[in-house]
Design a protein around this ligand. Structure first.
Ligand SMILES: Cc1cc2nc3c(=O)[nH]c(=O)nc-3n(C[C@H](O)[C@H](O)[C@H](O)COP(=O)(O)OP(=O)(O)OC[C@H]3O[C@@H](n4cnc5c(N)ncnc54)[C@H](O)[C@@H]3O)c2cc1C
Length: 461
């Protein structure tokens, strides 16, 4: 009997028909939303509690069977794609909201709760959770990728919003990290270690999160520019002035064209465009809008339009959140390869204008969209269906990442490493830091069962 069969036989009594070996279920769990390829998991197990996750890891560790945690499957760098046949451990049924402490503005949820479900639950409480990556991502997956999104410029990323975790270690032991306090000076910061660990050090089953008060007033504004450079400079100036924008996003003219078509956006030209959102008391929001209008004027912006109508706002941000799908629909027979470079905000204009030149020289179509207040932008490189299409797209990604690294930046601001960005780890972190990461991996997961082959490049030779 193979090691996998041993594990499945041992777990059959606990999980029954929550172990699936069907082709369609395994196929669904073999990839996220990225372009990377790997193999199918041998089986998918649907866990419903920390104890069940512990039982799976204990059995897998004993038999050295690989386990890939699966949340919403929305990651973009091959994170959930198995490198070896093993188990995909699906946590999406762990959907209990365990506590909401309104006075302290925190909550504890199971790993499979989605950000949408949490915000629907919080709607009447006056609180909300601000981190908003794509689609039906789970809070466990968002912790594991250290996700952010459009509101990170104001409220921070998963790093700033995760107070504590329940983690199942590779041998099945259960550990709690952090807690409910806003600060603590007690021991190594294990919470931060697991946030961004991509399922390679342990499996997160519960998350303690920081919540925020729903703003009293919200306004959105849009402005278009003849030159991409002017639009990016608005973002840089805004950050340097310390204007507390709630959101600040850029789309270049190609991304605007894709969004206008996909989301039927009316009244916009096909030009570089900035979208803003302002949060606060009504008078503060009004003041922020006025300051932004003058910043935009100074950078040749045209048609600055603002609104506090919630319907306009929802439409605008829905179009922004659908930008990735708009890109894929723009050239239907192409795949999308998302880049995710980030730099200190003062270097952003150089990064984006340089990357735009790289895109033009490559002859590829690659719309630009960016969380520019954080110094972070994406292109969705549309991979042509020709035999050398993927290699050309990867070459462009390498150029953009190289540019970001030489400006003091990083290859990924929020999507993470998975398989896709592994090749940049050594250049970004250096060999000593990588050795330390490998030592940590080995001490948490000596049998290398947790999402093997991801994040850390293999040692050469
Ligand atoms: C259209 C679109 C837009 C996006 N926009 C953004 C964006 O703005 N910002 C951003 O940050 N990301 C964005 N993403 C990427 C993606 O949504 C995030 O990476 C998200 O955090 C992944 O969550 P998930 O639940 O889908 O995780 P999965 O894809 O299921 O898993 C991601 C990784 O985490 C591990 N994992 C999952 N759950 C756990 C767990 N409980 N314990 C331990 N490890 C676990 C998996 O093994 C895998 O390595 C976008 C994706 C798409 C498709």
């Amino acid at each position: 009997m193979s090691a996998l069969e041993h594990v499945l036989t041992e777990l059959a009594e606990i999980f029954g028909d929550r172990i699936s070996r069907g082709e369609a279920v395994r196929e669904h769990h073999a990839h996220g939303e990225g372009w990377q390829e790997g193999c199918l998991p041998g089986a998918v197990i649907f866990a419903e509690s920390t104890e069940e996750v512990s039982a799976v890891l204990k059995a897998c560790n004993e038999h050295s069977v690989p386990v890939v945690a699966f949340g919403g499957g929305t990651s973009l760098e091959g994170h959930v794609t198995p490198s070896e046949t093993g188990i995909s451990l699906d946590l999406s049924r762990m959907t209990r909201i365990l506590e909401v402490n309104a006075e302290d503005m925190d909550c504890r949820v199971e790993a499979g709760v989605t950000r949408h479900a949490l915000n629907a639950y919080l709607r009447d409480s006056g609180l909300f959770f601000p981190v908003d990556p794509g689609g039906e991502s789970t809070l466990g997956g968002m912790c594991a990728t250290r996700a952010s999104g459009t509101a990170a410029v104001r409220y921070g990323t998963m790093r700033e919003n995760t107070l504590g975790l329940t983690v199942v270690l590779a041998d099945g032991r259960v550990m709690r990290t952090g807690g409910r306090v806003r600060k603590s000076a007690t021991g190594y910061d294990l919470t931060r270690l697991f946030v961004g660990s991509e399922g390679t050090l342990g499996i997160i089953t519960e998350v303690q999160l920081r919540l925020h008060g729903q703003p009293e007033a919200v306004a959105t504004a849009v402005c278009q520019f003849e030159k991409l450079e002017d639009a990016v400079n608005v973002a840089v100036t805004t950050m340097q002035l310390g204007l507390p924008v709630g959101r600040m996003e850029l789309m270049d003219e190609v991304q605007m064209d894709a969004c206008i078509r996909y989301s039927k956006m009316e009244g916009y030209d096909v030009l570089p465009t900035m979208f803003f959102e302002f949060h606060g008391a009504p008078a503060a929001v009004k003041e922020q809008v006025e300051t932004m209008e003058s910043v935009v004027d100074d950078h040749n912006g045209k048609g600055f339009l603002w609104s506090n109508n919630p319907e306009n706002r929802n439409e605008l941000w829905k179009a922004r959140h659908n930008a990735f799908w708009a890109c894929l629909a723009y050239r239907p027979n192409h795949r999308g390869l998302a880049t995710d470079a980030v730099v200190p905000v003062s270097a952003l204009t150089e990064l984006i204008t340089g990357s735009k030149r790289d895109i033009e020289e490559s002859g590829l179509l690659a719309p630009i969209v960016g969380h520019v207040g954080d110094g972070n932008f994406h292109t969705v490189i549309l991979v042509p269906p020709e035999p050398d299409g993927l290699e050309r797209a990867l070459e462009l990604d390498r150029k953009i990442v190289g540019r970001a690294l030489s400006l003091g930046g990083a290859c990924s601001g929020e999507h993470g490493i998975g398989f896709g960005k592994k090749e940049f780890m050594e250049r970004e972190h250096g060999s000593v830091a990588l050795d330390v990461m490998r030592m940590m991996k080995k001490s948490f997961d000596p049998n290398n069962i947790l999402n093997p082959g991801k994040m850390l490049p293999e040692v050469a030779g």
